[in-house]
Ligand binder design. Sequence first.
Ligand SMILES: NC(=O)c1ccc[n+]([C@@H]2O[C@H](COP(=O)([O-])OP(=O)(O)OC[C@H]3O[C@@H](n4cnc5c(N)ncnc54)[C@H](OP(=O)(O)O)[C@@H]3O)[C@@H](O)[C@H]2O)c1
Length: 288
Amino acid sequence: MNELEEAVNPVKPPPLMPGLKVAVLGAGKMGGILLQGFLKNHLLSADQVVATVQHADRAMALSAQFGMTVTTGNLEAAGWADVVLLGVKPVQVPALIAEIQPALTPAKVVLSFAASVTTASIEQAAGCDLAVIRAMPNTPAMISAGVTALCAGRFASAQQMAVAQRIFSTVGRTVVVDEKHMDAVTGLSGSGPAFLYIVIEALAEAGVNVGLPRDVATLLAAQTTLGSARMVLETGYHPALLKDQVTTPAGCTVDGILELEEGGLRVTLIKAVKRATARAKELAGEKK
Ligand SMILES: NC(=O)c1ccc[n+]([C@@H]2O[C@H](COP(=O)([O-])OP(=O)(O)OC[C@H]3O[C@@H](n4cnc5c(N)ncnc54)[C@H](OP(=O)(O)O)[C@@H]3O)[C@@H](O)[C@H]2O)c1
């Protein structure tokens, strides 16, 4: 292939996990984001992935959009795959496990990213010593800037956890936690993007209020949020210390901080994460 042909038809790099067969059962918002991340980042090639959804018309549309097999056949997909990702709503998990149960053997790994659903409940429904790993990703996975917390069920080996971490590290950072923390993770980093979009939206609105054009205000608000987050991650300094660097005595920032404290931003964010965590504990137990 010459340079011109290569520019028109770039050679796809080989998949980073060749030979691994992955099924995503429930390729909705989160499942679709993960699937696209796996393909875009060359973790897997399109023939190594199968996805399912509930509605046949959506399966056809997604198949064309993603350039891969998308069906409504959960049992067949689970039987084919080595790693089975569960991406349906928490209340839909028990019915899905019952449907794919004949395909579940100790040779497979089930990787559930449904909020609230415990590894023990999946193991019990599977009826065999099934390797179950629970994950909580978030939507910035779309741009490989997500964070996923993972925990192992009773029968998942360290090697299977390493595979799960490798899969999710394609779309951002990973962290391994004890399962007792998974609902808290859901309330913080699972729901967190929505909380922070509101903060960014409010900062942009404030910029407009003090006279900035909306596009400039949104850029300033979003890049400031990104830069501040990177400062916390990359310097390792406590956020309070970084805040103090911005806060000149008798300057303008400290006046702004006074307004934030009076308005209860800090307490409101703490309460938001606490409420989302409490709600995450309820989801799996709800009736369909
Ligand atoms: N959204 C997030 O930010 C986020 C973050 C972390 C974890 N999660 C978890 O991800 C899961 C899905 O959430 P979501 O926001 O992506 O919801 P969603 O967009 O509604 O996705 C659910 C998907 O499941 C499919 N589905 C339903 N029943 C099915 C069945 N029996 N067999 C196969 N597919 C079936 C639906 O198919 P149709 O499209 O045909 O209806 C839909 O595509 C939840 O458990 C949630 O806790 C979500």
